[in-house]
Design a protein around this ligand. Structure first.
Ligand code: RAM
Length: 908
């Protein structure tokens, strides 16, 4: 029997949400793929997986999992369930899909590779600088150094030589540090991870990276070497004055295991141990917040290559072989993802210039220099300039963000880029060089965890496009090791509310699944014995109990990630912690009004001139969390819990109404956020809801169509306005450029989202430097609305993994077109509308296996056509309903072009 071929094609094969990951730790990794097809209505009916083991040279060796065809409409992935995976081994895999007509796709292949799966396979020791009997090394006396940096020991240079009798066929390096490391083999930098091993709560886990170093190791003499700095382990992190540094330990440590395979089948490990030697070098001091001080004259030349004479180095200190907390890295590391050349360089003095990179970004500056030996070049960083055109650094608080480089005087010039620090900046002041730096010699190198960018949005309005760019830059700048609040001042912590508010936007812009899932371990581990999630994770602040909307992130995020990516494993893992949080609030608030155990109750943080009643906000969040736990229970097959928490949510809702809502739908405090919470979380009766919607609109109108929302309310603002039929008001706020609005910041040159609406105002200038970041993503939570309501890409309320799309664009405001695309776990989704004269055209793309509800915005629902044919006559399209301003259609997968009389312009 011959099988017909299918139009279905799997693409973007991933393992554990990563493309061809090296060094996986998961015994049953999840394999997934997206589907495309050029045939309408195409859907997968079954898939077939093949997994095989590879030999060290990469060739296929033998099958390890050959399951039969699995019948499934939900063909987004499956967990490996074959023979136990071996450590440090590459596996090839392929997937093939069968469509509903029996046609089969060709197999598409990919690979993954395991790391060290068992703690007992590690033989490396933790090494570092041995405790010195001599006094601490002093930095050279001819150069000034700040008190904070002077308190930091020079980065340790560690090395060892080894000899190889044979030519290696394959080599892997498994590496981590309590601190930050840069590994080198035979003079070459290993890999391109920056700030490795990243930041997790090291008290619970220690992630290691895996590198393919086959091309670096050789027959004969070899050298493995590393530079080791403090990083999050022992450097400055956060703003807690009583405890700003050395959070995890007093000094950094390194762990290296190099595994080399030879042609004769033998395997050898070269590990960090007492055979390594140590010396300080050119990195005089390095710190994430303070900056890096590099004196190139002190570099031990050739130290990372064979043949170096290290007789005056000292034996490395050996600090045990504790491998218990080692885990394979689970998401893509921080990397340099872009370079921004200076767009201008202004001279400010005889040897002082300011470079503008045109974009507030996060990373560091790379400088090319040609200066005499001993020339000291200092780089200072700032997000904005003051009125005199100088760097504005007051808002960095105690973060110095100063990098210093002392030139070696290389004849051919030299390049300085710090390795163990990171700054948030648009401007850099360069002082010290004897001649003006040229633009090509000054580059900002952009750093963040590398994400797979899955979403794109564009529209006819340049300011709205700038807003989306600002949102994306905010995501890049604050996805550095953990989701941070800000990248510049002495804070940079994993604030939980910021993350939950921004997650819907983040997960449309990019596949942030693996990044957030890894961070969720820190959120769960930080939970108190009483069940309180925390305000920040990894936990660093002394206050343990999370505030309303902050601690709730522990419930909201796993649920959101499950819905976005359709993988229930994280939800399963977090479920017990989610229930503990809700139980903790319930226990301390028997009347179900959340007044007790509210931690540092921040309310609607940074709202504008209003005060949202704290109990209202807290109780609304309590109801929402109980409701989400009920949904999570249902999704993971816990029916009793589902009923119990649904009942709890209903009782909290009743308590909320009794305590805070009047008969005519007024909510205590009467702020926009109070109304938004009640409406978004469905806490009102239909009558109250209608009245509350009216009060919300009246408040916005009374303020001249202006918002008052802070971090918490802002995410709900435009979505709720659309929901209550006032898309026109949502657009008015979107297009507003008066204070407070997104447009106001853009009109004042913002290239990222500001922490505060009033970060800078015409009247007041800069807000207090005590708390004024120009790169916070929280107020960028409107990004999700741009995708969902402006362009029209969303999923229905009950859909998981975009199985049931909701394509409901709401043309309005100044826009004449908008489009978005999103690479969902199922495949590509598109929505693109444009209004040309009297005609609206809507192009949508629905991936195979998904279904869509399409809302065509038009005042003449009886005149909607698809590809020129009235929709009633088009096969595969169902008319689901209509209203005065739209037609609702059901459609299967495929590309569609709808046309209709353009919607009536939104009422002004
Ligand atoms: C600030 C942080 C963060 C916010 C908390 C309440 O310090 O920047 O954004 O969540 O306060």
């Amino acid at each position: 029997m011959t099988t017909s071929s299918s139009a279905l094609a799997p693409y973007h094969l991933q393992c554990e949400q990563r493309s061809e990951p090296l060094g996986l730790g998961e015994p049953h990794p999840r394999l997934r793929w997206r589907l495309r097809s050029d045939r309408r209505g195409d859907a997968p009916a079954a898939y077939r997986l093949r997994v095989w083991r590879c030999r060290p040279d990469g060739e296929a060796d033998r099958p390890v999992w050959e399951p039969d065809w699995t019948g499934s409409e939900d063909s987004t992935g499956a967990s490996y369930d074959g023979q136990p995976l071996e450590s440090s081994t590459r596996y090839g895999w392929s997937v093939q899909v069968r469509d509903t007509d029996g046609g089969e796709s060709a197999p598409v292949t990919s690979w993954f590779e395991t790391g060290l799966l068992h703690a007992d396979e590690w033989s490396a020791s933790w090494i570092g600088r041995a405790p010195r009997t001599a006094p601490k090394m002093e930095p050279p006396q001819d150069v000034p150094i700040s008190a904070a940096l002077a308190d930091i020991d020079p980065a340790a240079h560690l090395r060892r030589d080894y000899y190889s009798e044979q030519t290696p066929v394959r080599a892997r390096a498994y590496v981590t540090a309590r601190g930050l490391y840069e590994l080198r083999i035979n003079g070459e930098r290993v890999g391109d991870a920056e700030l490795a091993p990243g930041w997790v709560d090291y008290r619970y886990r220690q992630p290691y990276q895996s590198y393919d170093v086959t091309h670096l190791v050789a027959e004969g003499a070899n050298t493995v070497a590393a530079v080791l700095a403090d990083g999050w382990w022992s450097g400055y992190v956060g703003m807690e004055r009583r405890r700003q540094g050395r959070h995890y330990g007093p000094a950094p440590r390194l762990l290296v295991q190099l595994v080399i395979d030879y042609a004769d089948g033998s395997r050898r490990a070269v590990v960090s141990d007492g055979d390594w030697t140590e010396s300080p070098g050119d990195v005089v001091a390095a710190d994430l917040l303070m900056g890096e001080y590099r004196d190139a004259r002190l570099e031990p030349r050739g130290w990372d290559r064979p043949g170096f004479d290290d007789t005056d180095w000292v034996p490395a200190g050996v600090f045990g072989r504790d491998h218990g907390l080692l885990v394979a890295e689970r998401d893509e590391p921080v990397r340099v993802t872009e370079e921004l050349p200076a767009v201008s360089i202004q001279r400010l003095g005889p040897d002082r210039w300011i470079a503008d990179f045109g974009q507030n970004a996060v990373g560091r500056v790379r400088l090319r220099l040609r200066e005499p030996e001993g020339t000291r070049v200092v780089l200072r960083h700032a997000e904005v300039l003051d009125e005199k055109g100088e760097l504005y650094t007051a808002n960095l608080r105690t973060a110095e963000a100063v990098d210093t480089y002392v030139c070696a005087g290389e004849a051919g010039g030299e390049v300085f880029e710090p390795s163990f620090t990171v700054h948030g900046f648009r401007y850099a002041e360069i002082s010290g060089p004897s001649r003006a730096p040229e633009a090509f010699e000054v580059t900002a190198r952009v750093l963040h965890n590398q994400l797979d960018w899955t979403g794109e949005f564009a529209c006819s309005d340049a300011t709205v496009d700038r807003l989306m760019r600002n949102i994306r830059w905010g995501q890049r700048g604050n996805f550095v090791a953990v989701p941070t609040d800000c990248p510049q001042r002495d804070e940079r912590l994993g604030w939980t509310a910021d993350a939950q508010i921004f997650a819907p936007t983040a997960c449309l812009n990019a596949d942030a699944g693996a990044f957030f899932a890894r961070w969720m371990d820190d959120v769960v581990d930080a939970q108190t014995a009483e069940g309180a999630f925390t305000d920040v994770a990894p936990l660093l602040l002394l206050e343990r109990e999370g505030a309303p909307a902050w601690g709730d992130a522990g419930v909201i995020l796993p649920w959101h990630l499950y819905r976005a990516y359709g993988d229930a494993r994280l939800l399963e893992r977090c479920y017990p912690a989610m229930t503990r949080w809700v139980e903790h609030i319930r226990r301390d608030n028997p009347d179900l009004i959340w007044r007790n155990s509210t931690g540092n109750h921040y309310g609607d943080w940074l709202q504008v001139g209003v005060h949202t009643a704290r109990d209202v906000l807290a109780t609304a969040y309590f109801a929402n969390s109980a409701h989400l736990v009920s949904r999570a229970a249902a999704a993971t097959g816990r029916d009793d819990d589902a009923r119990r928490y649904a009942d709890l949510a209903a009782r909290i809702t009743a308590a909320f109404r009794a305590a805070f809502v009047t008969a005519d739908g007024r909510i205590e405090g009467e702020t926009q956020t109070a109304y938004l919470l009640a409406l978004a979380f469905d806490l009102l009766t239909p009558e109250q809801g209608e009245a509350a919607a009216g009060h919300l609109v009246a408040d916005i109108e009374a303020r001249g169509r202006s918002l008052t929302t802070g971090f918490v309310g802002v995410a709900l603002l435009c979505p709720v306005l659309v929901e209550i039929g006032r898309a026109d008001l949502a657009y008015a706020l979107l297009h507003d450029d008066r204070y407070p609005s997104w447009g106001y910041s853009i009109a004042h040159g913002a290239t990222t989202i500001w922490e505060r609406w009033d970060g800078w105002t015409d009247e007041g200038g800069f807000q207090s430097a005590e708390m004024n970041s120009f790169n916070h993503y929280s107020l960028g939570s409107i990004g999700a609305w741009l995708y969902r309501h402006v362009a029209g890409i969303d999923q229905t309320a009950d859909s998981v993994g975009y199985a049931e799309l909701l394509l409901a664009p709401r043309p309005g405001g100044r826009l004449t077109w908008a489009r978005a695309s999103y690479e969902s776990v199922r495949g590509r989704v598109e929505s693109h509308w444009r209004i040309d004269g009297d005609t609206l055209t809507l192009d949508v793309l629905v991936p195979p296996g998904a279904r869509a509800t399409v809302r065509v915005p038009t005042h003449a629902p009886d005149q909607v056509a698809e590809s020129g044919v009235p929709v009633e006559e088009q096969a595969g399209i169902a008319v689901l309903g209509e209203g005065p301003d739209h037609l609702l259609l059901g459609a299967g997968s495929g590309a569609y072009t709808f046309t209709a009389p353009a919607p009536a312009p939104a009422a002004a």
